[in-house]
Design a protein around this ligand. Structure first.
Ligand SMILES: [Zn+2]
Length: 235
């Protein structure tokens, strides 16, 4: 996984090119965040002392799963006669595909893009980052969550007059976690991963929650800049 916040930022950036249609931007933002939910399975397996191989970057990072999800939302849209579900499904699937692409390009690992077929695509074979850098990438998750929330906060200022959610404290919390865990990752033993993993999953859930809460804001057109008031000088 690249940092989840980076995936979220990619989703928000799509706003600039996507046509304005209900849930068409909400879909890719959530779709970009979705595949790394497989870390929940990794966490559950770790707690239950079960093997974790084959749980990450497989089922939720597969083109077949993406097509299945697209089909499900299409059916939901047809059955409920609400086209926004079809729109959401298209956006959500596009978000997953972008996530897969980004994982392939900017992470030092492969992806089972055709799961359940045993095809592991890895552009990084034989490349392993320095240990200090690999460690830094863990707390960097919190930094990118902060940046993702900040991009949503900016969007909110630009689009709606009343904020749907106050993001300032969540941004500060993530910055605090980034600083704390950057300090701890170089000093703590194996227990680091347990505490870090728990807070990472909670932050991922928070990113999901905030994105869902802000679904309508993502679709709102950016407000035009205020016209400059003409200045009249009295003679
Ligand atoms: Zn991923």
């Amino acid at each position: 996984m690249a940092q989840a916040g980076i995936h979220g930022l990619v989703g928000v950036a799509l706003r600039k090119v996507a046509p304005m249609r209900e849930w068409l931007v909400f879909g890719p933002v959530l779709g970009n965040l979705f595949p790394d939910a497989d870390n929940l399975a990794v966490a559950a397996a770790t707690v239950l002392k079960l093997p974790t191989e084959g749980l990450h970057r497989t089922i939720t990072h597969s083109i077949f799963t993406t097509l299945l999800i697209l089909g499900i939302f299409y059916l939901v849209g047809k059955l409920t006669k609400k086209s926004r579900w079809i729109t959401f499904g298209i956006g959500f699937s596009a978000g997953i595909l972008l996530h897969i692409l980004l994982d392939l390009i900017i992470w030092f690992d492969g992806v089972a893009i055709l799961w359940p077929l045993p095809v592991w695509v890895d552009f990084w074979t034989g490349v392993s980052p320095a240990v200090w850098f690999e460690k830094l990438l863990l707390p960097a998750e919190f930094l990118f969550f902060a940046l993702f929330f900040w991009s949503l906060a900016r969007l909110q200022v630009k689009t709606v007059s009343e904020p749907v959610i106050f993001l300032r404290y969540w941004i500060l919390l993530q910055i605090g976690l980034f600083i704390t865990f950057t300090f701890l990752v170089y000093r703590m033993g194996p227990v680091f991963m347990t505490i870090y993993g728990l807070l990472y999953l909670l932050s991922l859930g928070l990113a999901w929650g905030i994105t869902i809460r802000m679904r309508d804001v993502l679709d709102v057109q950016t407000r035009p800049a205020k016209p400059v008031e003409p200045i009249f000088f009295s003679p």
